[in-house]
Write a protein that binds this ligand. Structure first.
Ligand SMILES: C[S@@+](CC[C@H](N)C(=O)[O-])C[C@H]1O[C@@H](n2cnc3c(N)ncnc32)[C@H](O)[C@@H]1O
Length: 271
């Protein structure tokens, strides 16, 4: 199958969201241009590196819940540059037969994922754009790693906010949900403007300098991405409040990370 047109090549002159994110997480897969932008964003929003770690922690907790529900195959879109606690590590630690397909638009993220996963036959990597869900699904089917007739975990952690309204994110989510068998689960975390101070909006403006600008959305809009699937408790909440490992770990101001997270299950239609 041909690569769709419009996927970015590595551009060293322009910061990339994946590499800025990698820098915040303490990774080594970033360039000077990424570090400069990361420092600028961090100066304006000192919370941001912690926010990214909190996003990762939310994803880890969500994957554990899916593993407990028996989900043994994952489609992780916007997976980023591999770093500590990747989905396949969390999943395969609990179930060595768990399968994971990673998808990212960033060529650096894809290259590093391929390198890290070489030899892990139960994982695959796709270079693709979330805005083309049908292409992602076709590519995922070609890999023959995921069985779309069985329950699947679809993971969209910190990525849907890179899709502007003009690209119809609700339709993209609907396309992904409709490809998943009953029993499947959808995990979404997404930046929001709700309960946020003005610096957050400044950081959003800076994000326009990466190849992908962020669109902050309301809790209602983010909840809409789950469609008619059944939201697991506690619903769509500030990430830190979603099933914390220990209640004592939740800070007094869980809204400080500026992102909601939620998990929903595709229940069999009644009747
Ligand atoms: C903030 S990182 C999240 C990484 C990981 N999911 C996590 O939660 O730790 C966002 C990732 O989404 C990717 N991304 C942004 N827009 C995308 C798109 N349209 N299609 C696929 N991936 C995209 C970026 O390249 C980046 O690696």
């Amino acid at each position: 199958m041909q690569m769709p047109e419009g996927l970015p090549e590595i551009d060293l002159a322009r910061p990339s969201a994946a590499r800025v994110y990698d820098y915040f997480l303490g990774g080594a897969h970033n360039f000077e241009v990424d570090r400069q932008l990361a420092e600028q964003i961090a100066a304006m929003t000192p919370n941001l590196p912690a926010t990214m770690r909190a996003g990762r922690e939310f994803l880890r907790r969500a994957v554990r819940v899916l593993l407990d529900a028996g989900i043994d195959q994952y489609l992780d879109i916007g997976s980023g540059i591999p770093t500590v606690g990747n989905v396949h590590e969390v999943a395969q630690a609990a179930n060595p037969k768990a399968r994971v397909v990673y998808v990212d638009i960033d060529p650096v993220a894809v290259a590093h994922s391929r390198e890290l996963l070489a030899g892990n036959e139960l994982t695959g990597v796709i270079h693709a754009d979330l805005r083309d869900p049908e292409w992602i699904l076709a590519e995922a089917r070609q890999l023959h790693l995921l069985d779309f007739d069985r329950p699947l975990g679809i993971l969209l952690a910190g990525v849907v906010h890179f899709v502007p309204d003009a690209d119809r994110p609700a339709d993209i989510l609907a396309a992904l949900r409709s490809a998943a068998a009953p029993g499947s689960h959808l995990v979404v975390s997404h930046s929001t403007f709700e309960d946020q101070p003005p610096e957050m909006l400044d950081a959003q403006r800076l994000s326009a300098r990466t190849a992908t600008e962020i669109t902050l959305r309301s809790r209602a809009e983010i909840t809409g991405f789950f469609g008619d699937w059944t939201l697991l408790e506690p619903g769509v909440v500030h990430m830190e409040l979603w099933r914390p490992d220990a209640p004592s770990e939740v800070a007094a101001n869980p809204e400080r990370f500026g992102a909601f997270g939620g998990v929903a299950r595709h229940d069999r239609p009644v009747g």
